[in-house]
Design a protein around this ligand. Sequence first.
Ligand code: SF4
Length: 723
Amino acid sequence: MASLMETNSPHYRTCNLCEAICGIEIEVGPFQRLNIRGDKDDPFSRGYICPKAVALQDIHYDKDRLKHPVRRTARGWQRIGWDEAFTEVTQNLKRIRAQYGCNSLATYLGNPTVHNYEALLFAPGFIRSLHTRNRFSATSVDQLAHHLAAFLMFGHQLLLPVPDVDRTEFFLILGANPAVSNGSMMTAPGMARRLKGIRERSGKVVLIDPRQNETARLASEHLFIRPGTDVLLLLALLHVVFEERLTRVNSFTKNVGIVADLVAQFSPEKVAPITRIDADRIRGLAREFAGAKSAVCYGRIGLSTQEFGGVCQWLINVLNIVTGNLDRPGGAMFPLPAFDPVSAPESVAPRGSFARWHSRVRKLPEFSGELPVAVLAEEILTEGEGQIKALVTLAGNPVLSTPNGRVLDRALANLDFMVSIDFYINETTRHAHIILPPTNSLERGHYDLALHLLAVRNTTKYSQPLFKPDDDTRHDWEILAELQTRMSTNGAFGSLLRGVRNKFTKQFFGPDRILDLGLRFGPYGAGLKPSTKGLTLRKLKQAPHGIDLGPLTSCLPARLRTADKCIQLAPEILVKDLERVKLKFLETTAADSNGHLLLIGRRQLRSNNSWLHNSERMVKGATRCTILMNPDDAADRDLLSGQDVLVRSRVGEIVLPVEVSEEMMPGVVSIPHGWGHDRSGSRLEVAQQHAGASINDLTDNHAIDALCGTAAFNGTPVTVIRA
Ligand code: SF4
């Protein structure tokens, strides 16, 4: 495969593997070896990379990576041509749509889509061409609660406040491990350095998590909390802030009094026995937070994916707002990216929507046109009008990444037709009838459309392709555009129209043209003038390390997208959902775990969800797929580190080794996600040798945040015995 690079001339780009968007420098060495280092001149990451970046080459050179379409047959996977594949896919989708109606088609977008601007720009058009309401993505097993709170409070699902970590004096972290994630929903490469920076300027970092994780080692203080009770801690912190009149609220925040009334009954003394955090410490935390020169509260996956995720993300915003820490340096701030979807017209980047329709079987609400993926299996398996008969997946592996993966596994085998746009035959795509493999990240340009919206500093960067793809390959956007055109046209005339439309799209409306327009009309853009000032794609391409656009700046109320340009502090939907919190914790004894251990997930530095386990260098060494358990819980069960244990939940059971560790809170166990590569039929040779077990064979598709349908992964009750 030819390199686009001049020999000896390094190639600079952004690592697209996770949210941190680190700058990397690549040199092509002998024997297809890439030397990948951190790019010291990247204005954002300043040379930082994690061990995963080096694995970019393992994906590129992976012998299991598909480079041409394949069809599943009784004799195995058979190579087919692109035209034949497109014809077969669209014929089947049209046939099923004609027979069973539009909602018999469904789509699922996996997490890598967010790291691929071409797919982000072209997937919506293709999905619209299907006319189905059965759209799913990884959002509802991840950050949906953040979007919901932003939509209801600030008027736009993408107006997401991020911690200004480089200037804060008090960083309160709940249910997160930014030292490993490098800041999920808070793009912050080199997070360990940033956390140390807070303490070096005499600031404080407090972590509250059921596990004393890698971030705890960098924090000033760590407190255990019982999984799923963070909502009570947040209510109690607010209780103290209002009770002791520690508030500092701006003039454009509405309904502060409603919140003050709501939190009145959640005193620290009342929530302490449930959260297992001492009441005096909660009072002290509230005072320290409100009294700090600047402070920011941040909660991530441990809060976003639990029974009260929507309310938790709302209350985090409330805490930042009422203590005067929203939209000020060192608090929670709104980035202003060069390509700014928040300022784009509604038709290009919708503000969001909630509960316009509901899922057929369980009646869970849509958010921004998508249904929660926790209902996907039942929508396939339950007969009746609107039953899903065909599925299109794009860069996703929901069998390993969504709750009760085993039931979804069975459901996928029942589909009339499935097509996957993916370059791996993984635990999900092995069910596809046709797989359409796109190019990989080193073969295409890269721009972070979504992640600059979450970055702790405003920067912008475009990466050129490193390698020229083989002739008979397609980029994601080309596959999506072709499918969209074919789904919208019929017959001989349609074929003619298709040719014209494809040429027109390629020439005038390819991804780079759209990106250029977005940059030109963005906040730093040149507009249509051939000016030397202002940003264009051409100018960005001349800055291979990226361009620094400065620290985050205050932008409210101008940037709010609410009709009255005010922050809605007490949205009715969220206020109403507090009733569930009261019912669960204050009016019943359901908070007891009935002798079960509570299961939480954990993120690992050398894993990236389910999709880096086919890299030998990422999986070698000691087994990482273990269940962490507190020594007291292990002693109660007569267990020693290294022994295999059987873990059982309401929906399934798995076997894996136990690791006894003081870092776990008593009564809580932890398993990393993304493992479980032992299903037959996938083609991931290395991953299968290091299969591990899937935590999502234990998580329950009926355990959800009832407000928005997000999977409640955290706090799954399990039993553990020696295997
Ligand atoms: S943290 Fe690692 S995986 Fe994530 S972007 Fe940076 S180098 Fe890539």
